[in-house]
Design a protein around this ligand. Structure first.
Ligand SMILES: [Zn+2]
Length: 254
């Protein structure tokens, strides 16, 4: 569904096609009542043999609450999480596996050839690094929902392009939801260069003070003159990254 706002009123389209002028059903609503739709269905599949450290049904329920209560008010990205045994037709996927495949990471998200986003969480690697599975899962889930195609870039300071990854810069910060650790995430003003320092909420937990800031323990994927590089919030984080075993981060394929 596409929503375009015109002053106080808004126009709601039932399908993207209508948004391009095909038989649109126009109705006036207040901004508050703009329909968000239900968002994508995300099949949550546990293929790990390692104990997650939490009941899987509870994990999915709390991740749903994370989306509904934390992410949607900020980013307006609803989703329906369903526990499943295998991939579901038409749905996105959040899968829990024992170990990382070729990427030595705790988790990552990417876009499949069939244009469906996929997030992977590596249970054994996460627990070995004392990272709760829920923290890694909420990180990948938030980033997958805000930039499902892994193709959003934003022009930041010094004409550098910053990837729209909403957890990386604050990935070391967590909060508890129903007893489970959830990842902090950035808010839209973080990517807005008109914002003054300390003028608004730049991240969910209120730790970031200015746009494009990378917190200690965080990182940012940046493009300068077509080359992708990483910016680190601290020397320690950079050191972790350059270790042969780069298991201290979560990433994405772009
Ligand atoms: Zn990330």
């Amino acid at each position: 569904m596409t929503v375009q706002r015109y002053g106080g009123a808004s126009v709601t389209f039932d399908s993207p096609a209508e948004g391009y002028g095909m038989r649109s059903r126009v109705r006036r609503t207040t901004t508050r009542s703009v329909r968000l739709g239900r968002g994508p269905r995300i099949a949550c599949i546990n293929k790990a043999h390692t104990d997650l450290g939490v009941d899987f049904t509870k994990l999915v329920r709390v991740l749903q609450a994370f989306v509904d209560e934390c992410l949607v008010p900020v980013w307006r990205t609803p989703a329906r999480l369903v526990p499943a045994r295998r991939e579901l037709p038409g749905a996105w996927t959040l899968v829990f596996l024992d170990d990382a495949d070729h990427a030595k990471s705790l988790g990552y998200h990417k876009l499949l050839k069939n244009r469906r986003p996929l997030a992977r969480v590596f249970v054994r690697s996460s627990l070995k690094n004392h990272e709760p599975v829920s923290l890694v899962a909420s990180h990948e889930l938030a980033e997958m929902l805000v930039d499902p195609g892994n193709n959003f870039w934003c022009l930041g300071p010094k004409r550098k392009l910053y990837a729209y990854e909403v957890c990386d810069a604050v990935e070391q910060e967590a909060f508890k939801l129903d007893g489970l650790a959830m990842s902090n995430f950035l808010c839209p003003p973080y990517f807005e260069n008109i914002r003054q320092a300390k003028s608004t909420r730049f991240d969910f937990l209120g730790k970031v003070t200015r746009p494009f800031q990378v917190l200690r323990g965080g990182f940012a994927l940046v493009r300068t003159r077509g080359k992708k590089t990483l910016e680190f919030g601290s020397v320690a984080k950079e050191r972790d990254f350059h270790k042969e075993d780069r298991r201290y981060h979560r990433s994405q394929y772009r």
